[in-house]
Design a protein around this ligand. Structure first.
Ligand code: TEU
Ligand code: CA
Length: 542
């Protein structure tokens, strides 16, 4: 239980507090609701939870705009509720990781209020301020992820300030040592309260280029092909200057030194959109003196075919220099994988099981997002239902993030599927009732039953989390690899096509199939035969 290395290979269950469980009928999930549902999470067989932000916030970006890093927003409860949540999680054997949104604050954070009050106050340089160009225009061409220039004019200082996201999310100036000190003091506050680790929001955005050089336009021929339509002009720039600074490695060492004072405390960094995200993930996690783990958006987009997945993992393995990945297919920012991978196809459930097993078979740690274990689909919302400013801005080409943030479905026959007795902040889609926990739990063949079974399998086979990986040639859309750990070898095959697939074992190799995982893949002499959308796991005889 007190293994300081618990995070290596851990499965982390992400909870989006607004949408998990409402306890007081106001239609918004809260900490007390989460605490009530923790036995369900523990029963699933994950190692840790990661809570998306519950801190004091004007909620312009639903908590990713923090105005007090040490406070619990009254919508979600109190600090006492948080203490109770940690106590219950620990009683159930779950670690608790919390989100830290350090790259930017809310514009209502007292630091920013002070910083914008004049050009010479003590916090004048805590944010990134710049004079206009001589012709009055923006200091450079940097763009905000959420649309438009990343510079916003401030009428009091008569200067621009930097924001990589909403204008109400001003970017902190990490080049300033006092800023680093203040942030680390706030992080320590939560370590003292007993959290086991952090998810670091947009960890590659901490530092900006102090020379404020304009970004080069992206060479569109270099862009990964299989992605959503590029309606967001942000992706037409190669953001090599406005983030991803080498200074970050020094800061991450400071951050790690703080965590090292609390044995077992761990960090997973979110490497946000970047043309070099796998390389950054390797750089941030290598050497054992920076972050424990990172995840990128590589597997959170539309690419999921054989070539894409193998090449991404290989790229990390080749450049990782001892770093540790954390893989994810789902989170509160992207289209739910059941819909992304399978659309409304009839074999959606099979594909969700095969892809879930693939995710849990990759070397590294894993983040699962609430509802992923139910095969929850992306909610189809009307424009009137949207609340995400990102979705509202880019509608209709891009529908934003509300579709993956609708409430968790607990009870099929209850109003709002048991999430709230009030009016939910986002609607519960009618077809989610069928996916509710009470419909699936106890049924081995349900998506939930499969995840539960596979999580137990992974736990009893550390080879899956920790072993080395070697990819093998295979026909069509079969992903094939061998995992090796402490003298044992496991063959893992995933047929992502809807056609039957065969895999020939090398001469002299024999495998003992792993039974009971619910797949149809089987061994016939030297041939493994899989049905369409299927998998096979076998221990290789020494
Ligand atoms: O997301 C960072 C990130 O890269 C996102 O901009 C992502 O590309 C976008 O949501 C489109 O899918 C983190 C948080 O996960 C997100 O919820 C916040 O809005 C964002 O940071 C700003 O804090
Ligand atoms: Ca509530």
């Amino acid at each position: 239980q007190n293994d300081p290395d618990w995070w290596r290979g851990a499965v982390i269950y992400q909870i989006y507090p607004r949408s998990f469980q409402d306890s007081n009928g106001d239609g918004i999930g809260d900490l007390a609701g989460i605490t009530r549902r923790l036995p369900y999470v523990a029963d699933l067989g994950v190692d840790a939870i990661w809570l998306s932000p519950f801190f004091t916030s004007p909620m312009k970006d639903f908590g990713y705009d923090v105005s007090d890093y040490r406070g619990v927003d009254p919508i979600f409860g109190t600090l006492e509720d948080f203490d109770a949540l940690i106590a219950e999680a620990h009683r159930l054997g779950l670690k608790v990781m919390i989100d830290q949104v350090l790259s930017h604050t809310s514009d209502l954070h007292p630091w920013f209020v002070e910083s914008r009050s004049s050009r010479d106050n003590p916090k004048a340089d805590w944010y990134v301020w710049a004079d206009p160009n001589p012709d009055g225009t923006w200091p450079n061409n940097w763009l905000s992820v959420f649309g438009g220039s990343s510079w916003e004019w401030d009428t009091r200082r008569c200067q621009y300030y930097l924001h990589n996201f909403l204008t109400s999310q001003p970017d902190l100036n990490f080049h300033h040592t006092e800023v680093q000190d203040a942030i680390l003091a706030d992080v320590r506050f939560w370590l003292e309260r007993g959290v086991d680790g952090f998810r670091l929001d947009t960890v590659n955005y901490y530092f900006h280029d102090q020379r404020l050089r304009s970004n080069p336009p992206v060479d569109s021929t270099q862009k990964a092909g299989a992605d959503a339509p590029e309606v967001n002009p942000y992706s037409f720039q190669d953001h090599i200057y406005d983030k991803n600074r080498p200074e970050n490695l020094r800061f991450l060492k400071r951050f790690r030194a703080l965590l090292n004072e609390y044995p077992g405390a761990t960090a997973v960094g979110e490497v946000g959109d970047s043309g070099h995200s796998i390389e950054l993930m390797a750089a941030y996690t290598s050497g054992g003196d920076k972050l424990h783990m990172c995840y990128t958006f590589d597997f959170l987009g539309y690419g999921y075919g054989r070539e894409f997945i193998t090449s991404t993992v290989k790229r990390f393995e080749a450049g990782s220099a001892g770093g540790w990945p954390c893989w994810a297919f789902s989170n509160h920012d992207v289209v739910r994988p059941a819909t992304r991978f399978a659309g409304r196809a009839s074999d959606q459930k099979r594909l969700v099981k095969v892809m879930g097993s693939l995710l849990l078979s990759l070397r590294g740690s894993v983040c699962l997002y609430q509802g992923e274990e139910l095969g929850m689909t992306e909610a189809e919302l009307a424009f009137e239902d949207l609340v995400d400013p990102y979705g509202i801005r880019f509608w209709p080409e891009f529908k934003g993030r509300d579709g993956c943030r609708t409430p968790m479905a607990w009870t099929a026959d209850a109003v709002n599927a048991g999430f709230t007795e009030g009016k939910p902040w986002l609607p519960v889609p009618a077809d989610h009732h069928d996916l509710a926990v009470d419909r699936q739990a106890g049924d081995e063949n349900s998506v939930h039953g499969h995840f539960r079974k596979f999580l137990a399998f992974r736990k009893s086979h550390p080879i899956l989390a920790k072993g080395d990986v070697e990819f093998l040639e295979a026909e069509h859309e079969t992903i094939a690899f061998i995992r090796r750990h402490e003298g044992r070898e496991m063959l893992c095959l995933f047929n992502l096509s809807s056609e039957e697939a065969r895999f020939e074992l090398s001469p002299g190799v024999t495998v003992t199939p792993v039974e009971g995982l619910g797949f149809a893949g089987r061994a016939q002499a030297h041939t493994i035969i899989m049905e369409g959308i299927d998998a096979f796991f076998g221990m290789i005889e020494p």
